[in-house]
Design a protein around this ligand. Structure first.
Ligand code: G3P
Length: 215
């Protein structure tokens, strides 16, 4: 499974990229708003750091504006993927852009029906938001499972990005289901490292090694 970081923070992206496990980056307007730099320079800098798909979101809501914005974003770097929300205009724009070879990540996907339409429109990626589904009492990962079933039945060239990830359990479940990608916030990536038995084991080994060193 590919691992993306869900962040617009340059330090976080640099650090996780240095671990050697990072395959791409997703951003969204909320994540960009948390940073001081402007959107354009953030996106360019991310493209210089990470050699993989970098999702940058179009904020227009009408088809022609979405397409215009997407073309400008895609021109910034070959690795840019344009994130477009799942709406009627978003679908139309996705169809037009995919014909031009511009990769689209259809975002704010909350149902298998939406995912099917995004695949049909030619989206390269679809992003079901599992945490936000869990928040309203649904089972986010069950929606991912249904989307993967649909993809198994046909020849769509679409990859599922499990998004709105809230804890390492979401990532493990995504991998067990065979989801193509999980986009993971920095704090969750850090948690994936940790296990109390690993820490206790290291401490014990170091203590025991002191006895050997004293011989
Ligand atoms: O980037 C899209 C998604 O991952 C947002 O997550 O935590 O705002 O629901 P969250």
């Amino acid at each position: 499974m590919k691992i993306f970081i869900d962040s617009a923070n340059i330090e976080q992206i640099r650090e996780v990229n240095s671990w050697g496990i990072l395959d791409g980056v997703t951003t969204n307007p909320t994540l960009v708003a948390k940073e001081k730099a402007d959107f354009g320079s953030i996106v360019k800098e991310i493209c210089e750091i990470v050699d993989g798909p970098i999702s940058a979101e179009a904020i227009s809501t009408e088809v022609d504006e979405i397409v215009g914005e997407a073309r400008k974003l895609a021109a910034v770097h070959k690795n840019i993927v344009v994130k477009i929300p799942m709406t009627e205009d978003g679908l139309k724009a996705t169809k037009m852009l995919s014909k031009e070879g511009i990769k689209v990540n259809m975002t704010l996907v909350f149902s298998p029906a939406q995912a099917l339409l995004a695949c049909k429109a030619g989206a390269k990626y679809i992003s079901p938001f599992v945490g936000r589904l869990d928040d309203v009492g649904h089972d986010g990962m069950d929606i991912v499972s249904q989307i993967l079933d649909i993809l198994d039945n046909y020849d769509f060239d679409t990859e599922v990005i499990v998004a709105s990830v809230r804890h390492p359990g979401h990532v493990v479940e995504a991998a067990r289901m065979g989801a193509h990608i999980a986009t993971i916030p920095y704090d969750v990536l850090k948690k994936m490292f940790k296990h109390p038995l690993t820490d206790a084991g290291i401490e014990r080994f170091l203590q025991d090694w002191q006895k050997v060193a004293k011989r």
